[in-house]
Ligand binder design. Structure first.
Ligand code: C5P
Length: 223
């Protein structure tokens, strides 16, 4: 059976995770948040005292990272060994470090291979990230690129993090989003950009239901 991957790319706080989870459930697909891989690596590096300049050590760590995903119902849990790090990796500081580390070509190559392996195992999957449609799964039959204004994305992220009980401010999140946008779209390797054949959806003024319906229509037309 040929694998089917649907890709959802876009900047931080655009709602990729929310819609990806709902769509995966609706379609009976597995769901993978590839940002969680870069975040988990950032956390592991921080805990081991490895800095963003230590490329070789980061490449080795990425290859050996004892990372597992656990998907049940509408949850997506990330484990490092047996430790649930799902919430720990959501901190804005870890997001920033993930963005810095993700510029390293050797790290990306390790993760690209892992992501393609996960797709093979899953057979039917939604992958969300920055370069899923453009680099990792160029043959995916349906590719989405979501956008929204930076202010709206910061507000959404603030609500999400407050919901997790995190003590963060709008200002902190907004500046982290702007900085990550810049870093992610300007990097040399796999910059964040829509694949040529991606369907671009601006979610700024759309509710989740509307976004899901729109995406579902596109998927139904293609699959
Ligand atoms: O998606 P999320 O915001 O959790 O991703 C954290 C960081 O990981 C991003 O800012 C980006 O730099 C990096 N990332 C990436 N490629 C992906 C997914 C995430 O470079 N496919």
């Amino acid at each position: 059976m040929a694998e089917i991957v649907i890709t959802i790319d876009g900047p931080a706080g655009v709602g990729k995770t929310t819609v990806a989870k709902i769509l995966a459930k609706k379609l009976g697909f597995k769901y993978f948040d590839t940002g969680a891989m870069y975040r988990a690596l950032a956390l592991a590096a921080q805990e081991k005292g490895i800095t963003a300049e230590q490329t070789a050590l980061l490449q080795k760590l990425a290859g050996e990272l004892p990372l597992t995903f656990n998907q049940k119902e509408n949850t997506f849990k990330v484990f490092l060994n047996d430790r649930d790090i799902s919430e720990l990796i959501r901190h804005p500081q870890i997001g920033m470090l993930a963005s810095t580390i993700s510029q390293i070509k050797e790290v990306r190559e390790v993760f690209w291979e892992k992501q393609r392996k996960l797709a093979k195992e899953a057979q039917r999957a939604i992958f969300e990230g920055r370069d899923m449609g453009s680099i990792v799964f160029p043959d995916a039959p349906v590719k989405f690129f979501l956008t929204a204004s930076s202010e709206i994305r910061a507000k959404r992220r603030l609500k999400q993090l407050k919901g997790l009980g995190k003590d963060v401010s709008y200002k902190e999140i907004y500046s982290s989003i702007l900085q990550r946008d810049k870093q992610d779209s300007k990097r040399v390797i796999a910059p964040m950009q829509p694949a040529q054949d991606a369907i671009i959806i601006d979610t700024s003024n759309l509710g989740i239901e509307n976004v899901i319906n729109l995406m579902y229509k596109h998927i139904s037309n293609k699959l």
